[in-house]
Design a protein around this ligand. Structure first.
Ligand code: DP6
Length: 390
């Protein structure tokens, strides 16, 4: 048996991908841009093993076996990597050998956090290591698993260039700035309590392309301008411009969702209360100090600089009080020193009225990070010597 184990990061878009021009190849109607998050706090981990003795391809996700052959996107990624191995005459093992693949997230998948991006990036990167192929084409292969996954192949700030070719060969991710370019940048993910059934991104964006008139204006006019402006803002480390574009783009994406027929509401009342909170905070501070962005769900992702984290968190605990806020599990990730906060009156010019109790499940504090990495310690493998989940 031969096996490889790798981890891959989550990414959070500041210019959103929403809408495909080709469903099969997963080609988008607009370019998008994201920051890759550190794998120290959130990552997908995958072990892929190949052996002459395996009878069939099998896969386990977070400990549960899932059908392998029934998943066309996964099959597509595997076929693309095998073709690459054939073209490069990779000789690590015979290509007929069957695979056992085990994959896990170190954060709850149910929380609706960008798990498919990390998951497919990890699958593709791990298989590339297993087959021993060149890594230059991995973003376009990961894209065929889940569009946003192509951006998780790189660290730092990453653009997924939409491309114009029908075969998708120019629809690839590129690194815009490395992870260490803006070391003060931080992210707070506010995981919101919500039990509604959500429309998947795949179906939501298909409905938007088919029914929204606004989406065309967004893709043709707004996004190209914003991509240029936000890349400049990132290069200059201009948080004000970065934050404003991020918030406007999130709002526009959710406006498109409401312009979809029937409408698709991903944000809930708590999400909207967070939006109000951030605008009030920025107004009091007299500057854009925090920016929110929401994906296809109610959780907020806040971008802010390190110096602002303790201020925002101390106020969040007052406006969104939680019975667990003293518990060390409530704020996960990079430790925060809550001693170093400004007086509440300097942070919030409103009377502090709690929106409601326990509206947030927990908070993750993280920052920018690198792309996928190979793990060398056999202890990290998710399979035993027989190739079964440990
Ligand atoms: C709202 O990549 O999950 O997170 O390509 O159909 O798998 P598929 O969709 P997916 O869509 C992500 C949409 C988003 C915005 C973004 O990450 O850019």
């Amino acid at each position: 048996m031969i096996s490889e184990t790798c981890i891959a990061p989550v990414n959070i878009a500041v210019i959103k991908y929403w809408g495909k021009r080709d469903e099969e190849l997963i080609l988008p109607i607009n370019s998008s841009l994201s920051m890759t998050l550190s794998t120290d706090q959130m990552c997908a981990k995958t072990t892929a093993a190949a052996s002459a003795t395996f009878k069939e391809n099998r896969m386990w996700l977070n400990g549960e076996e899932v059908p392998f052959e029934g998943n066309p996107r996964m099959q597509k990624c595997l076929d693309a990597l095998k073709r690459l191995a054939e073209a490069e005459k990779s000789k690590r093992f015979p290509l007929e050998w069957k695979l056992h693949i085990c994959s896990e997230n170190n954060f709850p998948t149910a929380a609706g956090l960008a798990s498919s991006a990390a998951g497919y990036a990890c699958l593709v990167y791990t298989l590339a290591n297993l087959y021993g192929v060149e890594k230059s084409e991995l973003s376009s292969i990961a894209r065929q698993g889940s569009g946003s996954a192509c951006r998780s192949i790189y660290g730092g700030f990453v653009e997924w260039v939409a491309g114009i070719k029908n075969d998708g060969s120019d629809s690839i991710a590129i690194q815009v700035q490395p992870a260490l370019h803006w070391p003060e940048m931080r992210v707070l993910i506010l995981v919101v309590n919500d039990s509604r059934k959500k429309t998947s991104s795949t179906n939501g964006m298909l409905n938007s392309v088919n029914t929204s008139d606004l989406i065309k204006h967004r893709a043709n006019v707004c996004v190209p301008q914003r991509i240029l402006q936000i890349k400049e803002a990132i290069a200059r480390k201009d948080f004000k411009t970065f934050g404003e574009i991020t918030m406007r783009d999130s709002n526009q994406f959710h406006a498109i969702c409401l312009d979809t027929y029937p409408p698709c509401a991903y944000m809930n009342d708590t999400s909207h209360a967070i939006v109000n909170f951030i605008h009030q905070y920025n107004e009091t501070r007299g500057d854009v100090k925090v920016a929110y962005t929401f994906d296809a769900g109610p959780n907020a992702c806040l971008y802010l600089l390190e110096e602002e984290v303790a201020n925002v968190l101390s106020l969040l605990n007052k406006v969104f009080p939680n019975d667990n806020s003293e518990n060390s599990e409530y704020v996960k990730g990079i430790p925060i020193d809550l001693q170093k906060v400004r007086p509440a009156s300097e942070l919030y010019n409103q009377e502090i009225v709690p929106v409601g109790n326990n509206l947030l499940k927990y908070i993750i504090h993280t920052k920018a990070g690198e792309g996928p990495q190979k793990l060398l310690d056999p202890e990290d493998s998710l399979v035993d010597d027989a190739g079964m989940p440990k």
